[in-house]
Design a binder for this molecule. Structure first.
Ligand SMILES: [Fe+2]
Ligand SMILES: [Fe+2]
Length: 272
């Protein structure tokens, strides 16, 4: 994968924030207060993100109805005004994000006690404060600069998949008080990981071809880092604030040991 100096700089700037998000999950897995109830809570909140989109889609349509309506609108225009692959992309996005909703909702429901209601997306429409803050920030960036705001949103989507990569590792332990929940979480995360790695790459592909000016790269980096800090607040609240005090301050200041971007995996996905 050939990457410009500017893009490398953006990736390097983002890497400590991706690591900060990963730190939230690692701390939560080991938290003494972790329980079936707290696992069900974060899983339900994750389902809300997978269905409603956290600022990546119109708030009232989410990433199900939004693309579904786009597909209907695309139908008469396929290969006349709209390339078939662009249409396939919309369909893929709808399928993938709904599959993610299903994966986490299945884990949530598998942890239910007899008589507890199954999840449904309409009961999850109200996101939590920090997730709404992230949506607001993303919409504000798109309003400030449509092209760069959209690029920043796509670049920060999924936060380098750290929830899914850290969640997948839970499957390796196999014992302890959370063994069953860990196995369910690992299974859901492994279903989502490859898709989201691809979605992140889609946010990166073509950035170098945009021919951004130095000022635009600076603006893009500022927007991306603001969103990545917003993601840490959002994740920390989703998981009941496992990061606090000095550790939280350090993480928000970009002080976590950066995650190494996997250029080999990215390159293989792009050419494979
Ligand atoms: Fe997703
Ligand atoms: Fe995605």
């Amino acid at each position: 994968m050939s990457v410009s100096v500017n893009l490398k700089q953006l990736i390097n700037a983002a890497a400590p924030y991706w690591a900060g998000e990963a730190e939230v999950f690692r701390r939560y897995w080991e938290l003494p207060g972790r329980s079936r109830e707290t696992d069900r809570r974060w899983l339900a909140l994750q389902c809300s993100k997978e269905f409603w989109g956290s600022g990546l889609a119109p708030l009232d349509k989410g990433i199900f109805l939004g693309p579904a309506e786009e597909l209907i609108a695309a139908f008469p225009r396929i290969d006349l005004e709209l390339d078939r692959h662009a249409v396939l992309d919309i369909a893929e996005g709808l399928y993938a994000e709904f599959a993610h909703y299903c994966a986490f909702a299945d884990a949530h429901d598998a942890l239910a006690l007899p008589g507890e209601a199954k999840l449904n997306p309409h009961a999850l429409k109200t996101a939590w404060k920090e997730d709404l803050d992230l949506s607001t920030l993303r919409f504000a960036h798109k309003k400030e600069n449509a092209k760069l705001g959209d690029r920043a949103c796509r670049f920060t989507e999924g936060g380098y998949c750290t929830l899914f990569s850290e969640g997948m590792k839970l499957g390796e332990s196999g014992q302890g008080p959370h063994a069953r929940a860990n196995a369910l979480i690992a299974e859901a995360c492994s279903k989502v990981y490859e898709d989201e790695f691809g979605h992140m790459l889609k946010g990166i592909i073509g950035l170098d071809a945009e021919g951004l000016t130095v000022e635009e790269w600076t603006t893009l980096e500022r927007m991306a880092l603001e969103q990545l800090r917003g993601r840490i607040y959002m994740r920390n609240a989703q998981f009941g604030a496992p990061l606090a005090g000095a550790a939280l301050v350090r993480t928000l200041a970009g002080g976590a040991d950066p995650i190494a971007f996997d250029y080999a995996k990215a390159g293989a996905r792009l050419t494979g």
